[in-house]
Design a protein around this ligand. Sequence first.
Ligand code: NAI
Ligand code: MG
Length: 492
Amino acid sequence: MAELDKRGAEQIDVPSGWTYASAPESREIVRIAERYGHFVGGEWLESAEAYETIAPRDEEPLAAVGQATDADVDRAVAAARTAYADGWSSLPGSERAKYLFRIARILQERSREFAVLESLNGGKPIKESRDVDLPLAAAHFFYYAGWADKLEYAFPNRRPRPVGVAGQIIPWNFPLLMLAWKVAPALACGNTVVLKPAETTPLTALVFCDVLRQAELPPGVVNIVTGDGRTGAALVEHEDVDKIAFTGSTEVGKAIQRRLAGTGKRLTLELGGKAANIVFDDAALDQAVEGIVNGIYFNQGHVCCAGSRLFVQESIYEPLVGKLKRRLETLRVGDPLDKNTDVGAINSAAQLAKIRELVASGEEEGAEIYQPPCVLPEKGYWFAPTVFTNVAQSYRIAQEEIFGPVLSVLTFRTPEEAVEKANNTPYGLSAGVWTEKGSRILWMAQRLRAGVVWANTYNRFDPGSPFGGYKESGFGREGGRHGLEPYLEFDE
Ligand code: NAI
Ligand code: MG
C-alpha cells in the first residue's frame, strides 16, 4: 500500500508541504480620520490634548485621539443630563426600541468595516472580529431593543424607571462588544450615557458615533470621551453621574469601589478571572482539546473568562497533553487582518511586558514551558502560544491573571479535588467542565464558585445569558434580563 501511494504521488506531483497562502482582508473599507475629538451632545468637541493610537501588529500610527480633561468630562455629563431630562427618559419604551433596532441593523450593514477596524486597532484576528465581536455586538442591540417596551413585564409589580446618567468605562479586549454590552441595556431602560473606551482601542467607539448619527439618536443620549485612566477617574468622580459600570482590572475596580463608597452612586464591576477548565477522563478528548485551545488562545488570551488553568484528570494526562501540544503546532500566529490567522498581535507593549514577566516567573518557579515552533513578526507586539506543565497551585502563573496566550496545566484525581482546586482562586468569573456524564456536570456546576459554567464547550456568549463574577471578579450581571436591573430603579 505504501509503495502504491508513493508511486501515485510521484505521478501526480503532490506538493511536499501544505502552507496557507496569505489572505489579507482589505483595509480599504475603513476610513480613519487623522484626528478625533470627543463626541458630546451629538457634536465633535475638539480636544486640547491628544495622543496617537496605533496598530499593535506593526506599531503603525492610525490616528490622533483626544485625552479628555475634567472639563471635557463635565461637558459630556451635562449633555447626557440634558438629553435625559429633555425627553429620552420619558420616551415610550417602544420608541426607544426603534433607535436600538436601527443601531443593530446599521452595525450589521457596516460589520465588515467595523471588523477590520477592530482588528487593526486591537490586534485580534479578523476571523474573530468578523465572526464573534461584530455579530454579538449587533445581537446585544437587537436583544435589548426587545426589552425596551417590556420592562414592566420583566419586573412585574416593581414599577421600573431609569437610573439617570450612566458613566461607563470599558477595556481593550473586546472594544465594540463591551460598548454594546454597556450601551444597549442602559438605553433600553431610558438612561443616557457617557462612555470611555480604553486608551489603546478607541477607534471602533469613535466610528460608532457615526452609527448613532445615522440612526438619528437624539443628541446627548450617548456621549463618548476618550483618554486614559485620568479620564475614567474624572467620570467616576463626577457628581452628576448616577451609576458607574466598569469592566477592567481588579485593581482599578477596587479603587473605584473605594472611591464610590458612601456616595450613593450605583456600581457594577466586571473584573478579572483565572478560570478553571476541567477535563474528566470520560470526556471526548479531541473536542476537549478544541475547547482548551478556544478557551485560552481565543483573542490571544485577552479574555477575562479565559480558561487559563487547565485541570486534567490524572489518568488522561499524557494523551491529553500530547494531543494539545500537537494541536498547538497547527495554530497560525500572525497578521490580524489575514483571514487564516488564529492568534493575532498582543494588544499593547504594556500588556506584552506583563505577559513576559509572568512567563519568566513561571520558569523561575520551576514549571516546564512548551511553545510550538512559530516565527513571530519582527515589528509589533507578539507572543507565541504557551503551555506550562509541572505547575503547582502556588505558582504565580496559577494564581494571577496573565491575560495572554499562556496556559497552566494542573492535575486532579477525584471530582472533589477538582472542585477544591478550581475554587482555590480569588476570582470566580467562569469555568469549564468536560465529561460525558450529565449528572457530573450538574454536580460540578453547583459547587464551582463561578458566574458562568460551560459544559463541553467554552467561551460561548449569548445576549440572553447573564454574565458576571463571584468574589474578586466583581458584582452585578450583564446580559439577559439580569442585565437590565443595574440600569433601573424600582418603586417598591
Ligand atoms: P485597566 O483596569 O487599567 O483599564 C480598564 C479601563 O479602565 C480603561 O478604560 C482604563 O482607561 C480605565 N481606567 C484605568 N484607571 C482608571 C481609574 N483610576 N479610574 C477609572 N478608570 C480607569 O486595565 P489595564 O491596565 O489596561 O490592564 C491591566 C490588567 O487588567 C490586564 O493585564 C488584565 O489582567 C486586566 N484586565 C482585565 C479585563 C477584563 O475584562 N476583566 C480587561 C482589561 C484588563
Ligand atoms: Mg491600568
